[in-house]
Design a protein around this ligand. Sequence first.
Ligand code: VGL
Ligand code: ZN
Length: 198
Amino acid sequence: MTKALIVIDVQNDFCPHGALAVAGGDKIVGGINALMGGFETVVLTQDWHPADHTSFADNHAGAAAFSVVDMPYGPQVLWPRHCVQGSDGAAFHPALNTASAQMILRKGFRPQIDSYSAFFENDRATPTGLHGYLQDCGVKDVVLVGLALDYCVAYSALDAAKLGYCVTVQSDLCRAIDLNGSLSDMQAAMRAAGVILE
Ligand code: VGL
Ligand code: ZN
């Protein structure tokens, strides 16, 4: 049985001093590196937005960061500009072991749609290709770690469960944004979907 470790968005902009800093985001890097050796397949994801991305508050005149707008695909939080393609903020945390990864998946690169999940964009329908890759590798079990627990990790875990994987989220190697109760909401949603929260 092949297990994959999926490391979500351990990038400078989600770490202290970054544009969308998650408290303690840098504290999980050593533990994630230590975990990698136990997996046949290691996938890293990278939030990777063009400068004109519609999830950036400053691309909407007068809109405040962390407000919510209606997009054709549903409600969308407007974030501070972050993880712009090729920027230092979009780079992996310098201490993350990227050499052991077989696959680096970039997401959120289409200007008109965000992608929290590593499997589907925020319309919950456009695939990223990760499911095909994992199927080709014979992966049945996935362990998720990274940033942020209540957004990209949670959406990835929910999609993985829906796709039929056995899903574990290792919470001590995640950190959350916790916007308006998002952490407890997403923990409940993950549990209801059969995700193992460790
Ligand atoms: C994320 C908000 C916006 C994440 C990415 O990685 O959780 N959150 N873009
Ligand atoms: Zn983003």
